[in-house]
Design a protein around this ligand. Structure first.
Ligand code: GLN
Length: 492
């Protein structure tokens, strides 16, 4: 096998036509991880034995065509998504020794489709962060420039795809954690509509915002993964009973008649000039492909970050109350009374960012401050959702940057939480409104760092996002990482 990055589609095709065995594909993935992950830190637990056993079972099937739409495809899973029998830490010391007795619905469905989970990906602790530096275990490096962050919190999944360890991975997106790392690592990231994918088995951060999403090298691969994991689930009451369209079939070469809203005013303040230039050029390219592009305004965009951080921390403070060291999770080894045991277990188990958020969230929900902060944030959230809803009556989708800057240097925003939080300025809006959103590569800086373009669509209309993104990707040629080392970047 050559070293060029493969897509899930091409790997599955070579498994089906017999030009590669699942075992060979799986070994190639494990070999790439072994060769480079000590540098990048994208992976946590590896599941090599089970992956090999699953590959052997697939190879033993009498008819490979019946093995499922993702048969033979190696995938990685963010470490806040439960995998039966395989450590799931959420990047936290609090869950360092937690081995879930069950798999998340999304993982179960991926495996049913024939995918092979090779391991878990490193992430910010409890998915709280935008740089993956809040992992309790190790920071992650960006494969494009190891001095820089891959973004976060699904930075391990994005780095694993960008470095060619796996063609696709699962991540989770609460306020941008799939889209922002996808942008910074030059891959495709999909946050589905809230309710499109079951959250059963996803370790909760902020339940009204959390969604499992996909990271992949191509739009088609993202569609294939989403196809496998989407749909109702009796184990998650918020998993919507909405039919799942045939996305892989819906993608074609032309942009269907499509109206695109472009809030160009958002590019005016605080956006890196090269990012703004690339997004502008991408919007022109969409117009050249036949999209009807209209300028529009997102009126409350400036309050989205504070509103998100109020809602998300409030929900996190409640969700993380369960890590008390009793039923599971880190328990202090030091002697003491019950109260000391709780205090020490939590003080030792959580890192600084998680503690900051629990304190902020508890404060916001406390009597006397609830109305001033939490309630007002909920009202502002409704306004933001309303802005999107009204805009999306006139256009099929909205296009904006994914991240205001390309990948920043490790350490650069670590001492300044507000600067870190502002990384999410363009992603939190779709999260608060529960809308599907996708990030895909739209070029690179002169220094060779990827730039992401974000598309936001109507509820449950992932189809429009995928079709437009696929058409753009074909015309622009995408922007891929080439781990062979012969030129670090190239048009796909
Ligand atoms: N960066 C955002 C935060 O820190 C989003 C995280 C996420 O989507 N999980 O909360």
């Amino acid at each position: 096998m050559n070293a060029r990055p493969h897509t899930a589609e091409s790997l599955h095709a070579s498994f089906v036509d017999g030009s590669a065995t699942a075992a060979e594909i799986c070994e190639a993935s494990l070999a790439r991880i072994a060769a480079r992950d000590s540098e990048l830190g994208a992976m946590l637990a590896l599941d090599a034995d089970r992956a090999r056993a699953r590959a052997a079972a697939l190879d033993a099937l009498p008819d490979r065509r019946l093995a499922g739409p993702l048969a033979g495809v190696p995938v990685a899973v963010k470490d806040n998504i439960c995998t039966a029998g395989l450590a799931t830490t959420a990047g936290s010391r609090a869950l360092e020794r937690f081995v879930p007795p069950y798999s998340a619905t999304a993982v179960e469905r991926l495996e049913r489709a024939g995918a092979i989970v090779v391991g878990k990906t490193n992430c910010d602790e409890f998915a709280m962060g935008s740089s993956s530096e809040h992992s309790a275990f190790r920071p992650i490096r960006n494969p494009w420039d190891p001095k820089r962050t891959p973004g976060g919190s699904s930075g391990g999944s994005a780095a694993a795809v960008a470095a060619g360890f796996v063609p696709a991975a699962l991540g989770s997106d609460t306020g941008g954690s799939v889209r922002q790392p996808a942008a910074l690592c030059g891959c495709v990231g999909i946050r589905p509509t809230y309710g499109r994918v079951s959250r059963h088995g996803l370790i909760a951060f902020a339940s009204s915002l959390d969604q499992i999403g996909t990271l992949s090298a191509t739009v088609r691969d993202g569609a294939a993964l989403l196809q496998a994991i989407a749909g109702p689930d009796s184990r998650d009451a918020t998993a919507a009973r909405v039919d799942v369209p045939e996305w892989t079939a819906a993608i074609d070469r032309s942009i269907p008649r499509c109206r695109v809203g472009f809030p160009r005013h958002l590019l005016d303040g605080g956006v890196d000039a090269e990012v703004a230039g690339a997004v502008d050029a991408a919007v022109s390219a969409l117009a050249a492909l036949g999209a009807d592009v209209r300028e529009c305004r997102l009126a409350h965009a400036d309050v989205a970050v504070p509103v998100y951080y109020l809602v998300a921390t409030a929900e996190a403070s409640s969700n993380l109350a369960r890590y008390d060291g009793v039923a599971y999770g880190h328990r202090t080894p030091r002697e003491g009374g019950l109260r000391e045991m709780y205090e020490r277990s939590r003080a030792e188990g959580f890192g600084a960012e998680v503690k900051r958020r629990i304190m902020l969230g508890t404060y916001i929900l406390s009597a006397g401050y609830y109305d001033a902060y939490y309630l007002r944030a909920q009202q502002a959230r409704a306004r933001i959702a309303d802005d999107y809803r009204r805009l999306l009556e006139d256009v099929d989708l909205i296009v904006l940057p994914t991240s205001p800057t390309p990948a920043f240097r490790l350490g650069e925003r670590l001492q300044d939480p507000v600067a870190m939080y502002l990384s999410d300025v363009f992603t939190v809006g779709a999260s608060l409104a529960g809308l599907p959103a996708l990030s895909l590569p739209c070029g690179a800086t002169r220094g060779g760092l990827p730039i992401g373009l974000q598309l936001v669509g109507r509820p449950f209309d992932e189809t429009a996002l995928l079709r437009v993104a696929d058409a753009y990707e074909r015309s622009a040629g995408g922007w891929r990482y080439d781990p062979s080392g012969s030129g670090r970047r190239g048009r796909a």
